[in-house]
Design a protein around this ligand. Structure first.
Ligand code: NAD
Length: 495
C-alpha cells in the first residue's frame, strides 16, 4: 500500500488546532510497518483547553430540549449513514482491522446514535409516591456536565458510539481521548460530526499518551464523569485518578472468556462460534473466546476441525476483501502475542496450530501472527490466566459439568462466556452460575443496543448499552414542593 503522511492535531472547538508548539507521536501502519500518520502529543494544557471548551458548551447543550438534542444527533446519524465509507481506510491504516469487519462495524454506526437518541429524547421528571401528604416530590434527571471518554485501539469508533450517543442525548458534553495507537478515525469522525451540525465544544477530541493527557483529563476539576474502555491496568489507574477527583467512572476492561462445549453440542455451530470468537479481529476483541473447555469425548474431533480451519485461513493485506487474517494492530501487540506464545511453549502447552510470526507476500513487514491453537493447557499456565488479545486459543478438557463450570469461573476476568449444548436446561443452569457480564448459549459475539454489556470481577464495573444506558449519564435529583402551610417547628413560639 502506498504510504500516506497525515499530521493530525487535536480537534477542539469545532476544528483542528494549530500544529505550532506540538510534539507528535508516530502512528505505524501495521500492514506495512511504516509511519502513516502522526498524532499530537497532548499534555495538561491541552486537556485544560479541551475541558474548558466543553464546559463552556455545556450550558447551551444542556439547555436544549431532549427533542432538540435528538434532532441534532439524528443529523449526525444521517451523516454517518451517508459518509461512513470515508472513514474505512483511515481505520484500517490505524489498526489493521480487515476491511470486511470495518465495513460491517461502520455501516451500522448510525444505528447506535439513532437508538440512544430515541431512548433519551423524552426522559423527564418522575413523580415520587412519598409518604408526606404536605409535599409533592419528583425525581429529576440532570446531565453531569463534561464527560471524559477514553477509548482503546481495537474498535475505536464503535466503542466511542456506545459512550457518545447516550452521553450526548443526556445533555452532557464530551472530551474524547482515543488510543495513541489509533486516533485518526476518531479525529475524522469528530470533523464529520461538526459538519453534521454538532455545536462547537460539545465534542472535543484530544490525542496523546494515557499517562499524560489521559490522566490530566480525568483529574481536571471540571470533569464530572469518566467512561473508560481498555485494559485492566489502565482501568485501575483511571479509577484511582477518578476517585481522587471524586467523580464516577465506568470501566469496560479486558477478558479471558471461556467457551464450554458439551458432547451433545451441534459441532458445526460450535466450531463456527469458536472460530469467530477467537480469530475475528485477530482475537483483539474484549470478548475473544480465548479459553476452550471441551468435553473429553468430543475433544479430538472438535480440535481437529478447529486446527484444520486455523491452518487454512489466508493472512494478508486487510484492505483486500478476500483476506481472512490481517495484521495485529501495533508492534507492542505483536511482541505481546509472540511472548505469550513462547511462554506457553515453555510452560508445556502443546502448540497444535500456528505459533509463529509470518510475512505474507503482499505485506512482508506487517505484524502478522499465525492463528494459533494450544492444547493440554493447565489452569496454572499464564496462557490460561492472562489476556493475550491475539489469535491464540487455549484448550483444555473436562469430564463433569461442575469441573467445566469451575474451570470457566477461574481467574480474575468475568466479561463473557459461551455454552454449547443441546440441553437448554443445563445451559440455563450454567448461565446462572457463571461469573460473567454476558453469556452466549449456542451463539457467540452478538452486540445490540438493547443488550447491556460490561464485566464482573476485573473486567470492570458499570454497564454500557441496554435500556438504562442514557440514565448512566444522568444524575438524579429529588425536588420537593410544599402544598400545605408549614406548621411551626416550635409550637407555642410567638413571632
Ligand atoms: P489501554 O488500557 O492500554 O489503553 C486504553 C486507553 O486508555 C488508551 O486511550 C490509553 O491512552 C488510555 N490510558 C492508559 N493509561 C491511562 C491513564 N493512566 N489515564 C488515562 N488514560 C489512560 O488498553 P488498549 O491496549 O488500548 O486496549 C486493549 C484493552 O482494551 C484490552 O484489555 C481489551 O480487553 C480492552 N477492551 C475492553 C472492551 C470492553 O468492552 N470490555 C472493549 C474493547 C477493548
Amino acid at each position: 500500500m502506498p504510504d500516506i503522511n497525515r499530521n493530525y492535531t487535536h480537534f477542539i472547538e469545532g476544528d483542528f488546532t494549530s500544529a505550532r508548539n506540538c510534539e507528535f507521536i508516530d502512528s505505524i501502519d501495521p500492514t506495512t510497518g511504516n509511519v502513516w500518520a502522526t498524532f499530537a502529543r497532548g499534555d495538561a494544557n491541552v486537556a485544560d483547553e479541551a475541558i474548558q471548551s466543553s464546559h463552556r458548551a455545556f450550558g447551551g447543550w444542556a439547555a436544549l430540549t431532549g427533542h432538540q438534542r435528538w434532532s441534532a444527533i439524528l443529523e449526525l446519524a444521517d451523516a454517518l449513514e451517508n459518509r461512513w465509507e470515508e472513514l474505512v481506510e483511515t481505520e484500517i491504516r490505524d489498526n489493521g482491522k480487515r476491511i470486511a469487519e470495518v465495513r460491517a462495524q461502520f455501516s451500522g454506526l448510525h444505528s447506535w446514535f439513532r437508538y440512544f437518541a430515541e431512548q433519551g429524547k423524552n426522559i423527564g421528571p418522575k413523580a415520587q409516591s412519598n409518604t408526606n401528604p404536605a409535599v409533592e416530590s419528583e425525581t429529576h434527571y440532570v446531565p453531569y456536565g463534561v464527560v471524559v471518554a477514553i477509548t482503546p485501539w481495537n474498535s475505536p469508533l464503535m466503542i466511542l458510539a456506545w459512550k457518545l450517543a447516550p452521553a450526548l442525548i443526556a445533555g452532557n458534553t464530551v472530551v474524547v481521548k482515543p488510543s495513541e495507537h489509533a486516533s485518526a478515525s476518531t479525529l475524522e469522525f469528530a470533523k464529520l460530526a461538526y459538519e453534521s451540525g454538532i455545536p462547537n465544544g460539545v465534542l472535543n477530541v484530544t490525542t496523546g499518551y494515557g499517562h499524560e493527557i489521559g490522566d490530566a483529563l480525568v483529574r481536571h476539576p471540571l470533569t464530572r464523569k469518566v467512561t473508560f474502555t481498555g485494559s485492566d491496568t489502565g482501568g485501575r489507574l483511571v479509577a484511582t485518578s477518578a476517585a481522587e477527583n471524586i467523580i464516577p467512572s465506568t470501566l469496560e476492561l479486558g477478558g479471558k472468556s471461556p467457551q464450554i462445549v458439551f458432547d451433545d453440542a451441534d459441532l458445526n455451530s460450535a466450531v463456527n462460534g469458536i472460530l469467530s470468537g477467537i480469530f475475528l479481529s485477530n482475537g483483539q476483541t474484549c470478548v475473544a473466546g480465548s479459553r476452550l473447555i471441551v468435553h473429553h469425548r468430543i475433544k479430538d474431533t472438535l480440535i481437529d476441525r478447529i486446527i484444520s480451519c486455523a491452518n487454512s485461513l489466508q493472512s494478508g493485506n486487510p484492505m483486500c476483501t478476500t483476506t481472512q487474517i490481517g495484521p495485529l494492530a501495533n508492534e507492542m501487540q505483536l511482541d505481546k502475542v509472540l511472548t505469550h506464545i513462547e511462554m506457553a511453549k515453555r510452560e508445556g502447552a502443546v502448540c497444535r496450530a500456528g505459533g509463529n510470526r509470518i510475512h505474507p507476500e503482499d505485506c512482508p513487514n506487517g505484524y502478522f501472527v499465525e492463528p494459533t491453537v494450544f492444547d493440554n493447557v493447565k489452569p496454572s499456565m499464564r496462557i490460561w490466566q492472562e489476556e493475550i488479545f491475539g489469535p491464540v486459543l487455549a484448550v483444555t478438557s473436562f469430564h463433569e459439568e461442575e469441573d467445566a463450570l469451575s474451570l470457566a469461573n477461574e481467574g480474575n476476568y468475568g466479561l463473557a462466556a459461551g455454552i454449547w449444548t443441546s440441553d437448554l436446561d443445563r445451559a440455563g443452569h450454567i448461565a446462572n452460575r457463571i461469573n460473567t457480564g454476558t453469556v452466549y448459549i449456542n451463539h457467540y459475539r452478538s452486540v445490540d443496543p438493547a443488550a447491556p454489556v460490561g464485566g464482573m470481577k476485573h473486567s470492570g464495573y458499570g454497564r454500557e448499552l441496554g435500556p438504562d444506558a442514557v440514565e448512566d449519564f444522568l444524575q438524579v435529583k429529588s425536588v420537593w414542593t410544599g402544598i400545605k402551610p408549614i406548621p411551626s417547628p416550635y409550637p407555642g413560639l410567638k413571632w
